[in-house]
Design a protein around this ligand. Sequence first.
Ligand code: KG4
Ligand code: ZN
Length: 348
Amino acid sequence: MIVLGIETTCDETAVAIVTPGEEGGGRILANEILSQIAEHAAYGGVVPEIAARAHVEVLDRLIARALDRAGLTLTQMDGIAVAAGPGLIGGVLIGLVTAKTLSLVTRKPLLAVNHLEAHALTARLTDGVAFPYLLLLASGGHTQLVAVKGVGDYVRLGTTIDDAIGEAFDKVAKLLGLGYPGGPEVERVAETGDPERFALPRPMLGRREANFSLSGLKTALRIEAERIAPLTQADIADLCASFQAAVVDVVVDRLRVAMRDFAGIAGHPTALVAAGGVAANGAIRRALAAEAGQAGLAFVAPPLALCGDNGAMIAWAGIERLRLGLIDDLTAPARARWSFAEPAAAMA
Ligand code: KG4
Ligand code: ZN
């Protein structure tokens, strides 16, 4: 089984070819990615119109290049997978129409994949993790703790009530005059900073549900920054370090709640899994690994290249769905919003 995967939901145009490998995981035969970061950097964020146009310009070439790298032709694919949302609708439409066209021409099954589900299943591609597992999915648009019970069987244990974690990193970076995307910049600058200089709040700490809130933390940081302005390099480093430390504390606390809730919903998890762009953050990874260790769980985080948006995760989710016969037809819609995990029923 060989599946082509297309990802165009945000600012990355990505195409990959994946096949099942040994030990339950997958083998990546090609993984092409073109980031538009340079095109959006001047605006300090992704501009949907620019993103959509950039996808159109490079997608065909990227598909050709992926096939070339894998030494395969389109007719050798067993399925055409595409992220049909959630995301910026212009980009989603371009990926979806392209995939439908390829599916129609080659008569291979179309697999309209949820981008978040693809992030959620990446640990099975890289490490063959068995169900059920506890997932922290944290990206620029999403922050969720999820019980992953099976393909298409996801229970949301918690989510953010305002900003996503990656979004908070991006906003803090913008506020402090750092580059875009903000996460890697804040992490880099935080390395030389003092995480204890600013006593920033830890929103939601101790709350019963595994939800997050980050906008208050971001506001507290802005107030501190304004109070001591003008900022030196050392101030910026201390602000970044203090912010990151607060995020880590919040993540750990929320994770503990989710671990407890998981037991009542899905039994004993096989692993703690991190996914999404924020999973690239070293401080967060180390904290998650430590928590997993204490709970006697394996900790699995995809390699950095597979944490952010990529085509391999789309192709893999396509394989998982194709195996179960979950095929889509040409009426599959493009969805700007598309939740993949049902919220857990109110727990006593
Ligand atoms: O999953 P992703 O590539 O795209 C989506 O949002 O779907 O995630 C991108 C997000 C951005 O907000 C970025 O700032 C954040 O992930 N990010 C990080 C780091 N690397 C990327 N956040 C914190 N630390 C990082 N090292
Ligand atoms: Zn993503």
